[in-house]
Design a protein around this ligand. Structure first.
Ligand code: ADP
Ligand code: MG
Length: 325
C-alpha cells in the first residue's frame, strides 16, 4: 500500500497494523470493524493493558513485547476455552519510531498467525508507552470455562512449570540472584509466554473451573475459590517448577516469587477426580506438563501445605495494582 501524503498516524496504522483479517467482514480502516458471530456460539471478550514500568521493563525488546501483548490476551481466551479470535490494539506511544513499531508488529503478528487471530482495529494515541489489547473469541454456547464452578473434592491442576517469569523479575529487582544462563531462560518465559490455547479448548467439558495465572498461582487460585464459594489446599511439593525453580524453591524469596509472583500464563483448573485419566492423557496429546497440585475443600481461601502436611506461610499474595505500600 502507498502511504505517501497520509497523516503520520494513518501512515503508522497502514504501514504496521493493516493486514487482511481472515475471519472478519471488515477489518482495519473503517469507523468500525464488522464481524459475523457463528450461530450457537457465545462471544468471549477480554482486555488487558500493559504499562511501561509496571508490566514490563522499559528496555524490553519490542518484538518480545508485541508477542506478550497478544499472548496475555490469548491466555484469557485459553482460560475460557474459546477459539476463533479477533483482536483490537490500542497503542499509546511517546513518539513514532518505525524500527520499534516494525519489531513490535512482527512479534504481535507472528503470534497472531500461529493462533489465527485477526487484528480488526484499534486506536493510536500519544503518551506514556501503554498497550491495550481487546480480544474476542467464540466458545460453544454455555460451554465456556468459568472461575466459579469448582466443587468440594475436585482436584486442582496446573499446566507447565510455575515461577520462572517471577524469578526473572525478582532477579531484576535484586531480591535474589539467578545464574546468568538461568536468568536468560527465565526472562524468555517472562517476555514470551505460551498461551495454553489447545489445553483450554480440550478442557471444555472436563474442567469445572479455570483461570490463567497472571497474578500468581495462589492469588489466581484464590479467585477460583472466591467465585466458587470453596477453599483449597495446595501441596508445596507437588507444584511443578523448572530446573531453575528447583534451585530457588527452598529460599523464602524464591518460594514467594514462584507461588505469588505471577506472569506465568499457565492454566490453573479444577476437575472431578474421575477425570484424572482424561486429563493426564492431554499431557501426551498436547505435549504440555499437567500436574495435580491439591484439592478443593469446604471453607475459604487457599492453604499451602509443606512436607509434613503443616501450613507454610507465603509473604506475597499476588500482584495488586492498588495495594498500599
Ligand atoms: P477514528 O478516527 O474513527 O477513531 P482512527 O483514525 O482512530 O479512526 O482509526 C482508523 C482505523 O484504523 C480504524 O479502523 C481503527 O480501528 C484502526 N486502527 C487505529 N489504530 C490502530 C492500531 N494500533 N492497530 C490496528 N488498527 C488500528
Ligand atoms: Mg480512533
Amino acid at each position: 500500500m502507498t502511504t505517501q501524503g497520509f497523516s503520520p498516524e494513518f501512515e503508522l496504522i497502514a504501514r504496521h497494523f493493516t493486514r487482511p483479517a481472515a475471519n472478519a467482514v471488515l477489518g482495519v480502516g473503517d469507523d468500525a470493524a464488522l464481524l459475523t458471530v457463528t450461530n450457537g456460539m457465545d462471544l468471549a471478550v477480554s482486555m488487558d493493558t500493559m504499562v511501561s514500568g509496571t508490566h514490563f521493563f522499559p528496555d524490553v525488546n519490542p518484538e518480545a513485547l508485541g508477542h506478550k501483548a497478544l499472548a496475555v490476551n490469548l491466555s484469557d481466551m485459553a482460560a475460557m476455552g474459546a477459539l476463533r479470535y479477533w483482536a483490537m490494539l490500542a497503542l499509546t506511544l511517546p513518539k513514532v519510531d518505525h524500527d520499534w513499531l516494525a519489531a513490535f508488529a512482527k512479534g504481535f503478528f507472528d503470534l497472531a498467525e500461529e493462533f489465527n487471530v485477526s487484528l480488526i482495529g484499534g486506536d493510536t494515541t500519544r503518551g506514556p508507552l501503554t498497550l491495550t489489547v481487546t480480544i474476542m473469541g467464540e466458545v460453544p454456547a454455555g460451554a465456556a470455562l468459568r472461575r466459579g464452578g469448582a466443587k468440594v473434592g475436585n482436584d486442582i491442576w496446573v499446566s507447565g512449570y510455575i515461577g520462572d517469569a517471577a524469578l526473572a523479575v525478582a532477579h531484576r529487582h535484586g531480591k535474589l540472584v539467578l545464574a546468568e544462563d538461568d536468568y536468560h531462560e527465565a526472562v524468555m518465559r517472562l517476555y514470551e509466554p505460551t498461551p495454553r490455547v489447545a489445553l483450554g479448548q480440550a478442557l471444555r467439558g472436563l474442567a469445572t473451573a479455570a483461570i490463567d495465572i497472571s497474578d500468581g498461582l495462589l492469588a489466581d487460585l484464590t479467585h477460583i475459590c472466591r467465585l466458587s464459594g470453596v477453599g483449597a489446599t495446595v501441596d508445596l511439593n507437588s507444584v511443578p517448577v523448572s530446573s531453575i525453580g528447583a534451585k530457588h524453591i527452598n529460599s523464602d524469596e524464591g518460594r514467594n516469587a514462584i507461588l505469588a509472583g505471577g506472569d506465568d500464563y499457565e492454566l490453573c483448573f479444577t476437575a472431578n477426580p474421575n477425570s484424572r485419566e482424561s486429563i493426564q492423557d492431554l499431557e501426551n496429546v498436547l505435549g504440555v506438563p499437567i500436574t495435580r497440585i491439591g484439592q478443593i475443600k469446604r471453607g475459604k481461601g487457599v492453604s499451602l501445605l509443606g512436607d509434613d502436611g503443616k501450613p507454610v506461610k507465603i509473604d506475597g499474595r499476588g500482584y495488586d495494582h492498588f495495594k498500599g505500600p
